[in-house]
Design a protein around this ligand. Structure first.
Ligand code: IPD
Length: 280
């Protein structure tokens, strides 16, 4: 069984694909400009002994900017964002925003973070864009789903790297993990969106995303699917094929509250992952 990926997403409306690339590019430029200036950091879970979940003024400013732009272009579409919540329009389409994913890296100047925009139709990822602070091309850029439902990097179609059969060490992201798994060489990047982009590009073989929220992965899962990758969610009965975020209830409120463990990668890679994890 080959790890070669062949599927892609169905075509995406041109205006959605164009908006994704344009907004992700602009946000990326703003993040690059803001990085040396980050001053104010607050913690959303301040009451804990060790405060967690930092947010900077840059996160909020960028989300306000994205909401304004998307609202002007797509006034009927719902918007859900990590920092500013839900603007529910009740229709089938929702834009899901994480203005900075990997905020801990960002506020410390550790140069591995992303900005993620996902588009859902009835809770199913149909398109997305992730500006990444670094990439397979060793520079910042935007991984995005093109109008043909294909994976692109800065506008150019990207073919996922083939896995070299002589490589016996499988790199796997493990965002939020607390344990290592034998046989896998984990990279804990601090950004679920970066891990999705790296899986889509074929740099990481897989990633296990722990207790992610919808804004961490809405953009990235579309990239993985556009590259022909698979997504599994830990649900009743084991690792189930992921089709959409919320099967019974596609309301904005249900999407905002969504949180699950996910596995992403090529199909055979995920089978190996599941066998290894379940055997522990
Ligand atoms: C975080 C990152 C990280 C994951 C955390 C998220 P944020 O997102 O995606 O990889 O482990 O659970 O909160 O808060 O930096 O946008």
């Amino acid at each position: 069984m080959s790890d070669r990926l062949q599927m892609s997403l169905p075509p995406v409306p041109q205006n959605i694909a164009d908006t994704l690339l344009a907004l992700a590019r602009t946000v990326g430029e703003q993040i690059e400009r803001a990085l040396p200036e980050v001053r104010t950091v607050q913690y959303k879970k301040e009451q804990r002994a060790t405060p967690t979940d930092p947010v900077s003024e840059v996160d909020r400013e960028l989300e306000r900017f994205l909401r304004r732009e998307i609202g002007q272009r797509f006034p009927d579409h719902t918007i859900i964002g990590e920092e500013l919540g839900i603007d529910d329009k009740g229709g089938p389409f929702a834009w899901v925003l994480d203005p900075i994913d990997g905020t801990t890296n960002f506020v410390n100047g550790f140069p591995l973070f992303a900005s993620s925009i996902g588009v859902l139709e009835k809770a199913r990822p149909i398109a997305g864009a992730v500006w990444a602070s670094t990439s397979h091309a060793l520079r910042p850029g935007v991984y995005h789903v093109g109008a043909e439902g294909d994976l692109r990097f800065d506008g150019v179609r990207l073919t996922r790297r083939e896995i070299d059969p002589s490589n016996r060490r499988f790199l796997s992201g493990d965002a939020g993990a607390t344990a290592r798994h034998p046989g896998w060489d984990h990279r804990w990047t601090g950004s679920a969106a970066i891990e999705c982009a790296m899986v889509a590009a074929g740099i990481l073989h897989s990633s296990r995303l722990h207790g992610t929220h919808i804004w961490d992965v809405a953009g990235g899962l579309a990239l993985v699917q556009a590259a022909g990758g698979h997504v599994r969610a830990r649900r009743e009965g084991g690792w189930q094929r992921f089709e959409c975020f919320s099967e019974d209830d596609a309301s904005a409120k249900a999407l905002y509250a969504w949180s699950e463990d996910l596995l992403i990668g090529a199909g055979p890679t995920l089978e190996r992952w599941i066998a290894a994890v379940e055997a522990l």
